[in-house]
Design a binder for this molecule. Sequence first.
Ligand SMILES: Nc1nc2c(ncn2[C@@H]2O[C@H](COP(=O)(O)OP(=O)(O)OP(=O)(O)O)[C@@H](O)[C@H]2O)c(=O)[nH]1
Ligand SMILES: [Mg+2]
Length: 260
Amino acid sequence: MKLFIMLPSFNEEKALPYLFDSIKKALHGKYEDVNVIVINDGSTDRTGDVAEMWKDRLNITILNHEYNMGLGEAMNTAFSYFFKNCSDDDVLVAMDADNTHDPSLIPRMLILLDNGFDVVVASRYAKGGEEIGLSFLRKLCSAGANILLSLFLNIPGVKDYTCGYRAYSAEAVRKGMTLYKERFIEEKGFTCMAEILIKMHLAGLNIAEEPLILRYDLKKGKSKMRIAETIKRYFMLIYRLKRYKDRVDNASILADAKGK
Ligand SMILES: Nc1nc2c(ncn2[C@@H]2O[C@H](COP(=O)(O)OP(=O)(O)OP(=O)(O)O)[C@@H](O)[C@H]2O)c(=O)[nH]1
Ligand SMILES: [Mg+2]
């Protein structure tokens, strides 16, 4: 099994050394083949240089975007790279590069994949999950977005629709990429996380959650989140994804009816 750890990174020069160090400590001696892929999304700081400097300590590949294209495109690059390079047993783990996601959760997420799940979400809202160091307003904003998404999308077993820390089996990625092709990730910003999840659910993949303690107190570098803009984009996303879900539901009902 090859483990691909995908790090979408936009100006994360401060966070990357801490994250690389904890990836090394958490996974040392546990897995033979760990590939860290830094998607350097047009950073204007030394993100690329820092990743380059760590190549003697970790197996790191850097995929550069010439200019900043947003989290959706960064995830697109990550999934396409994995799709081209993976074998059946390989696993894609995606996580934020800002040092708020603890890599020591990865072994537990991989056990759930071994137990037959296709996607594992590291979830702040699963029993045992928590958020440390976030302002009240930020917590409220994330909780509100997730309650709305749960109401409209209602994916069994899922409480955290927006967290980017997830493990995907090779089969999940292959199914998603083959079914939706270049339209697998259409959202440009961080709303792509909910999009990926709903599309994988509609593709018939099984999703589980592992509790995540989000360590926002360990965040290095500034937040890139603009709260008002984010709220607006969540409402737009819910509208689009709801329409999308209804379209697919109707199509499969029609297909079922034709099959009978
Ligand atoms: N915001 C943002 N993040 C990007 C972009 N491209 C890649 N990323 C990465 O996507 C991950 C998530 O972004 P974060 O800024 O941590 O977003 P967040 O966790 O929702 O919110 P904050 O931690 O408060 O900023 C990080 O690893 C970023 O470096 C981009 O264009 N914009
Ligand atoms: Mg973050």
